[in-house]
Design a protein around this ligand. Structure first.
Ligand code: PLP
Length: 402
């Protein structure tokens, strides 16, 4: 008898479970459209060249030690990350109304941001889009939020945003609800509000006194341009909102396992910064004490040097372009096959993901019969496609829907 006999098997995490099924599948034709990580045109993970060369530089730097970072992280990194999000010339930076806290990638930013809002502002209700990244719910509940709510986002009939539903749900949200907003490249639908729609969202949030919590996991991936992808966050700041934004450098730097993130906070009064930071110090101290340094050094160095920064922007543009090429290719193949239905949404959607509109049954067919792995919601990671497999995937999708 063990004291651990009481522990029951937990449910699997869908995306990792499917990834394992893919890896274990001996069939050569298999295609992996599951995990949200970039793959090159050969289906391989890609270490960004600017990251590789920065790592070599760091390895040779004898002044870099393995001493603890401060609890709130490497200042050079948080400053660079905050200014990348808000724009270097944003007046809130100069006035001391914006600052960053280093976090364990995007997830860690959501986690400490949520715990802080719950503990110190006593916020208990949060809203996430239906559908959203599957971890938002768990992270906020674990941070002390007791009232999870959804706002409508996706209209399956039109494969587009359900904007009226979204607005209606925000209008009925209680004051001080925390609204999780995807800064760009919405996961899983690949659909972002237009500028006019963001303006309307801001109007309602202002009127209803709701709190914006941006989740920025894909800056650069939506349009290939960092500034354009930060439009919504910058717009809310310009409107005078106080807000937080969890930034991930997993995707745009390809630093998935280094856990590099930043929580940008924007406040009305620069005098709030010091008490907030002091309380954040205790939130972090009690959770993991201080953050890891390696990835933060890489990002800080790349962002603070014009040459490497431009090189990195080039890498992002290349990744975003490749994803878009694959969207075009998949749609073109489906049209060539006369596949029933309209596939325009595949090219209208942006970012890494496409919400294909395939039913769960069709997805199961693709996995069981065609060795193509995708989430049962119909979400595919578009960069799992490449010139060698896109025709095969299109034919399989065609078989699945006919
Ligand atoms: N938010 C969204 C919408 C995501 O898609 C992801 C990753 O898939 C994350 C946050 C967090 O990623 P990470 O913790 O790896 O930075």
């Amino acid at each position: 008898v063990s004291r651990f006999d009481v522990v029951e098997q937990g449910p699997p995490i869908e995306v990792f479970q499917l990834n394992k099924l893919f890896l274990d599948d001996p069939n050569q034709v298999k295609v992996n459209l599951t995990v949200g990580a970039y793959r090159d045109e050969n289906g391989k993970p890609w270490v960004l060249p600017v990251v590789r060369s920065m790592e070599q530089q760091l390895a040779a730097d004898k002044t870099l030690l393995h001493e603890y970072l401060p609890v709130l992280g490497l200042e050079k990194f948080t400053t660079a990350a905050t200014s990348m999000l808000l724009g270097a010339d944003n007046p809130v930076l100069a006035s001391g109304r914006a600052f960053g806290i280093q976090t364990l990638s995007g997830t860690g930013g959501l986690r400490i941001g949520a715990e802080f809002l719950n503990k110190h502002l006593k916020y208990t209700t949060f809203y996430y889009s239906e559908p959203t990244w599957e971890n938002h719910h768990l992270v906020f509940v674990n941070s002390g939020f007791t009232n999870p709510r959804k706002y409508r986002y996706w209209n399956p009939k039109t494969c587009a945003i359900n904007f009226d539903g979204l607005i209606e749900d925000l209008k009925s949200a209680p004051e001080n609800s925390v609204i999780i907003l995807h800064a760009c490249a919405h996961n899983p639908t690949g659909i972002d509000p237009t500028h006019e729609q963001w303006e309307k969202i801001a109007d309602v949030m202002e009127e209803r006194k709701l709190f914006p919590f941006f989740d920025s996991a894909y800056q650069g991936f939506a349009s290939g341009d960092l500034d354009r992808d930060a439009w919504a966050v910058r717009y809310f700041v310009q409107r005078g909102f106080e807000l937080v934004c969890a930034q991930s450098f997993a995707k745009n730097f390809g630093l998935y396992n280094e856990r590099v993130g930043n929580l940008t906070m924007v406040v009305k009064d620069a005098a709030s910064a010091a008490p907030i930071k002091s309380q954040m110090t205790w939130v972090v101290r009690g959770m993991y004490s201080n953050p890891p340094a390696h990835g933060a050094h890489i990002v800080a160095q790349v962002l603070s040097n014009k040459e490497t920064f431009d090189q990195w922007r080039g890498h992002i543009k290349m990744m975003a372009d490749r994803v878009n090429d694959m969207r075009q290719a998949l749609r073109a193949e489906l049209i060539k096959l006369n596949t029933p239905g309209n596939w325009d949404h595949i090219v209208n959607q942006i970012g890494l993901f496409s919400y294909t509109g395939l039913t769960q049954q069709q997805c199961e067919y693709l996995m069981a019969e065609k060795h193509i792995y995708l989430l049962k919601s119909g979400r595919i990671n578009v960069c799992g496609l490449n010139p060698s497999n896109v025709q095969y995937v299109a034919r399989a999708m065609n078989d699945a829907v006919t």
